[in-house]
Design a protein around this ligand. Structure first.
Ligand code: PLP
Length: 480
């Protein structure tokens, strides 16, 4: 494909994507294919000689679309949202076009410097403590990771190295292995599985502590676990607190947990995972739920979940970037450059992979074209839709709301057994007009209705509720 053909095909592809997104509501959110469907549709081997774009293009509709789950369908209510917007797609197009790998400043100064500025813009939008900003005058700053899972892992590994270094300084006789064996990290029982996974990769134990009846990890639970573990010779070093848990959007009590983690108390690295809910804190009315974040060493949320930025874009801030690079920094000659260690970070020291995409472009386009007010409007619309769905659930006394609705997620269930709710979930997803996913907390199984697509309207919420009621009627009237 030469430049002339690329111009023509590129325009066609933009039309294809715009048509796809503008008509997405006509597709069922879940495809009907079975595992293995695609292998039947393509040859077993790559073609020896190149094919024409016409041949490739035909197969988008034949091979790919039948197996796509339409996350941007207004009938998609599963998991949490993944954002999409035209400015973000344009940002990714340009990033692909430039195709730089910005692991150090010199490998593309614009890539690093735009990211530095965007992370400060975002931090100000969220009213994060000054210590997290590059412009805050300290050692803080932000970095775009691929996912919240990576952000948690980076935080945990940084905390692990920080604690090992501290202990080795005071106890030179202790080996690294002896220290690691005793390290213990904490999260709530409702933390995302990626948090426990970080501990598996970091080879430290992670204790999942019980939450209260609102799904919140409280200070007293953490403190008694720390005291007990210290009595047994263990070394508490890390807490991952969640703001907006995956199952129910519960929020750990940062104001209680934070002071316990401070270095004048138990000296534990508190990381805050607000993967989904973080975007809401650009709205002043939600920001109090993040109070206490000033006690944390690192904070993360995913603009790719709820801030109109396409996957992947996960924003991580740290108060002391030296503690992150301390865990990851290696300096082979082939990666060095004349300006390193000066005004701008070399982001390769802030992440696990070396290579990194120019992800700040899409963030820049989105922040400029929506503006803070445009992004706030979208968050408020989604939360309002969630409350409208909540009202519909409450108006039907066969159902109950499981946890208070704070953001864009409604957790609800049929009054009765877990089994009947499992059957209802299956019926809904088998029906395929809408798609949602369940969860289970403290042995209670429930359904989760998340307002996901940017385009979701009141009519879609009402449609989803009509489908759920219809399937409930059929379930409750069928012979046992
Ligand atoms: N943390 C929370 C609270 C989440 O809800 C999720 C995913 O929904 C994650 C972490 C993992 O996100 P990612 O896919 O960015 O790793």
């Amino acid at each position: 494909m030469d430049a002339q053909e690329f111009r023509a095909r590129g325009r066609e592809m933009v039309d294809y994507v715009a048509d796809y997104l503008e008509t997405i509501g006509t597709r069922t959110p879940l495809p009907s294919v079975l595992p293995g469907y695609l292998r039947e549709l393509i040859p077993d081997e790559a073609p020896l000689n190149g094919e024409s774009w016409e041949e490739v293009k035909k197969d988008i509709d034949r091979v790919i679309m039948p197996g796509v789950t339409h996350w941007h369908s207004p009938q998609f209510h599963a998991y949490f949202p993944t954002s999409s917007s035209y400015p973000a797609i344009l940002g990714d197009m340009l990033s692909d076009g430039i195709g730089c790998i910005g692991f150090t400043w010199v490998t593309s100064p614009a890539c690093t410097e735009l990211e530095v500025s965007m992370m400060d813009w975002l931090a100000k939008m969220l009213n994060l403590p000054q210590e997290f900003l590059f412009s805050g005058g300290g050692k803080g700053g932000g970095v775009i990771q691929g996912t919240a899972s990576e952000a948690t892992l980076v935080a945990l590994l940084s905390a692990r190295t920080t604690m090992i270094n501290k202990l080795k300084k005071d106890n030179p006789q202790m080996t690294q292995g002896q220290i690691v064996d005793k390290l213990v990290a904490y999260c709530s029982e409702e933390a995302h599985s990626s948090v426990v996974r970080a501990s598996l990769i970091g080879m430290v134990q992670m204790k999942s502590l019980p939450t209260d009846d609102k799904g919140s990890l409280r200070g007293s639970e953490l403190e008694s676990a720390i005291i007990k573990d210290k009595e047994q010779g263990l070394i508490p070093f890390f807490l991952c607190a969640t703001v907006g848990t995956t199952s129910t959007c519960g929020t750990d009590n940062l104001l209680e947990l934070g002071p316990i983690c401070e270095c004048n108390k138990h000296d534990i690295w508190m990381h805050v995972d607000a993967a989904y809910a973080g975007s809401a804190f650009i709205c002043p009315e939600f920001r109090p739920l993040l109070d206490g974040v000033e006690h944390s060493m690192s904070f993360n949320f995913n603009p790719h979940k709820w801030l109109q930025v396409t996957f992947d874009c996960s924003a991580l801030w740290v108060k002391d970037s030296g503690l992150v690079s301390g865990a990851f920094e290696l300096n082979p000659v082939y990666l060095n450059h004349d300006n390193q260690g000066q005004a701008m970070p070399d982001y390769r020291h802030w992440q696990i992979p070396l290579g990194r995409r120019f992800r700040s472009l899409k963030l820049w386009f989105v922040l400029r074209m929506f503006g803070v007010t445009g992004l706030q409007e979208q968050i408020r619309k989604d939360v309002s839709l969630a409350h409208q769905f909540e009202d519909l659930v409450k108006s039907d006394d066969r159902f109950e709301i499981v946890r208070p609705v704070t953001f864009g997620l409604v957790c609800f269930r049929l009054k009765g057994t877990n089994e009947i709710n499992e059957t209802l979930t299956k019926k809904i997803n088998d029906d395929r007009r809408i798609h949602l996913t369940p969860s289970k907390v403290k042995d209670t199984f429930f359904l989760r209705f998340a307002v996901c697509a940017t385009k979701t309207q009141v009519s879609d919420v009402k449609f989803a509720w009509t489908v759920i009621q219809e399937l409930t009627d059929s379930l409750l009237s069928s012979p046992k």
